[in-house]
Design a protein around this ligand. Structure first.
Ligand code: HEM
Length: 225
């Protein structure tokens, strides 16, 4: 029997594959975004120059559209899969127990951690990208002082710090299972490699949660501006 739903052009397997590919590409974005953010720890000039190099490149608009499409497709597919699972089996159960990994806290809370990450993203973009606009001059070039906006956002604000820490921990939990799950959906399921993928997935979750926690903590404790 076909698992194709009447209103969707994609089979449920296809939807999971789209979720997997978009999820892995978003993981790639997280890696590059975090590496770029490390310039924050070097100092204001390094962070501002890095951000200016990105935002003054005309290709940024293309990259932003691509990124938005990745987020939208990932979220839309996630909702479709959740609804299809609920219809198929109204009593909650661990969808992923069959994958061989067993039901984990991360697998059982994917929808919640995903929603937390989404809410975070809205506040994150409003608070920093569209946050207070200061200007500075670095090496004779006028640019946005995104360092000042970022530090000011967290400096002494326990609410912003706590919100970010909760969100990046949720994102770490989400990716710790998502990474593994993506490999399963794409058919990389072999008893020999499964333990390695599982370890890699858990490490990636820690990398996201710990790595992204460093920046708000660093800014929170920054001295006067
Ligand atoms: C927790 C530490 C983080 C810091 C300090 C940080 C910093 C920033 C800053 C300063 C910007 C604005 C860049 C600019 O306009 O020049 C930005 C944009 C952005 N951040 Fe983050 N970020 C963090 C975590 C995250 C996470 C975990 C995600 C994903 C869930 C994320 C997704 C984005 C996105 C999608 C943009 C908009 C990119 C664009 O439109 O060009 N960030 N971030």
């Amino acid at each position: 029997m076909s698992s194709k739903s009447k209103c969707s052009p994609l089979s449920s397997i296809g939807q999971k594959q789209v979720m997997a590919v978009t999820g892995l590409l978003l993981c790639g974005f997280l890696v590059t975004h975090m590496l770029g953010n490390f310039t924050l720890l070097i100092g204001s000039d390094a962070f501002n120059k890095y951000s200016h190099a990105l935002t003054s490149n005309p290709l940024i608009y293309l990259a932003e559209v691509g990124l938005a499409l990745l987020f939208i497709s990932h979220i839309v597919m996630a909702f479709r899969v959740i609804i299809a699972n609920k219809k198929a089996r109204p009593t909650p159960y661990h969808t992923y127990t069959k994958s061989g990994r067993g039901g984990t806290f991360a697998s059982a809370t994917m929808a919640y951690s995903g929603v937390i990450a989404l809410v975070f993203l809205v506040f994150h973009i409003l608070g920093l990208k569209f946050g207070t606009h200061y200007s500075t001059i670095v090496g004779g070039v006028e640019m946005r002082d995104i360092y000042k906006t970022t530090v000011e956002y967290f400096q002494g604000s326990t609410l912003h710090l706590a919100g970010y820490l909760i969100a990046v921990i949720a994102l770490g939990i989400h990716t710790s299972h998502g990474f593994w799950s993506a490999f399963q959906s794409l058919g990389f399921n072999h008893p020999k490699y499964n333990p390695k993928i599982e370890l890699l997935s858990t490490l990636f979750g820690f990398y996201v949660a710990i790595g992204f926690s460093i920046f708000p903590i660093f800014c929170y404790f920054q001295g006067g501006h």
